[in-house]
Design a protein around this ligand. Structure first.
Ligand SMILES: *Cc1c(COP(=O)(O)O)cnc(C)c1O
Length: 371
């Protein structure tokens, strides 16, 4: 029997329209250990207490985990003063974003995200057979009026990363409230606050109060960034009670491993480690921004643990050739062509040595010596 003529399973409409997500790369030629600044991972690593808890979890691997992730939800609730009953944990916030899409979007429905919004939103929307609707940004920043103008009778979900990846820009909580106020009550507003811990701005809030006081706002958070546990896949959502009930119905009954629950619980309780990561970022984000701008590369002002540098109009230089040059020196940044930014590179804030190495390599690429 020829395989070409035999019938084969056909996926639902929309699924084959998905471009497979391409993660930040981690290898360079020559087998040398690269300086990897391509996935917004923390240069400080996880809390030693989280590693200890992870190691201790190895002695009970034959047991199913607590399907409620009770210890982790309680620790998160204590840390932020929340109702643990409205926290739902996921295998990374990616899983929660995907579950939210599957719960609230069907064929023909519309999900909105912004021009340079996180690509997982597009994937999640298409996977449900729904239609991705892109709201334009203004100067690489969320434009609330543009999102509101994109709302139609078919809109069911709005995904907003605040701060956004890969731009690093944010909108103040007043603007988020204005966005919420302009949405019909049946439209779900998903606030993805993956980088919120890093933001040092008086007019910023991750959105906890909006979740607590409205019936159609969900906030997602992650342990992959400031807590340094990307490998373990831990995220959480704070939800209205009814939405928590929906997510708890559709999630895998044991969607977090015991090791993830143990490490995550220890991580969120280690405030000193989190504070150290914030202090490190506060020192090196402005330093990298000004050093790179001094080399003649415009940088989008960032409030997160990464920044976006631009090569437009920099005499014959491009993101592609810069990337190639840096790789030759063992340094991996993130190409962001898939985000509609073909001539920019995203740089994660690294250790002091890594940051200095990046500036030196960029200076060499541009034919300049660093100040
Ligand atoms: C990194 C990131 C996440 C986190 O994803 P996890 O699945 O929790 O690792 C979520 N949203 C944005 C915008 C991110 O950049």
């Amino acid at each position: 029997m020829s395989t070409s003529s035999s019938p084969a399973p056909i996926p639902r409409p929309g699924i084959l329209d998905i471009d497979i997500y391409v993660p930040g790369e981690s290898k360079v030629a020559g087998g040398v250990k690269p300086i990897k600044l391509s996935s917004n991972e923390t240069p400080l690593g996880p809390s030693p207490k989280a590693i200890e808890a992870y190691n201790a979890s190895a002695k009970d691997l034959e047991r199913y985990p607590d399907g409620q992730a009770t210890a982790l939800r309680n620790a998160i609730a204590r840390r932020y003063g929340l109702d643990a009953g409205r926290i739902v944990c996921g295998a990374g916030s990616d899983e929660l974003l995907t579950m939210l899409a599957h719960a609230y979007l069907g064929p023909g429905d519309e999900g909105i995200y912004t021009t340079h919004g996180f690509l997982v939103y597009r994937i999640a929307i298409l996977a449900c057979g729904a239609v991705p609707v892109i709201a334009p940004e203004k100067n690489l920043k969320t434009d609330v009026d543009a999102i509101l103008a994109a709302v139609t009778a078919r809109t069911r979900v709005v995904f907003l990363a605040n701060p956004n990846n890969p731009t690093g820009t944010y909108i103040p909580i007043d603007e988020v409230r204005r966005l919420h106020a302009g949405l019909p009550g049946h439209v779900l507003l998903v606030l993805d606050a993956a980088y919120s811990e890093y933001v040092r701005r008086n007019d910023y809030e991750a959105g906890l109060e909006l979740v607590a006081t409205t019936s159609n706002t969900v906030m997602t958070r992650t342990f992959s960034k400031i807590h340094g546990l990307a490998a373990l896949r831990i995220g959480w959502a704070y939800c209205p009670e009814a939405i928590a009930g929906v997510l708890n119905r559709i999630r895998g009954p044991f969607n977090l491993s015991s090791s993830s629950i143990a490490a995550g619980t220890a991580a969120i309780e280690d405030r000193a480690h989190e504070d150290a990561a914030i202090a490190h970022n506060e020192r090196w984000l402005p330093w990298l921004t000004s050093e790179i701008e001094r080399l003649g590369l415009p940088v989008t002002p960032s409030v997160a643990n990464f920044l976006l540098m631009h090569f437009d109009g920099v005499g014959g230089k491009t993101a592609a050739t810069a990337d190639e040059f840096l790789r030759g020196r063992g340094i991996i940044l993130r190409r962001v062509t898939g985000y509609g930014l073909p001539n920019a590179l995203r740089l994660t804030i690294g250790t002091e040595d890594e940051n200095r190495a990046v500036v030196a390599a960029l200076a060499a690429y541009l034919g300049k010596t660093p100040a």
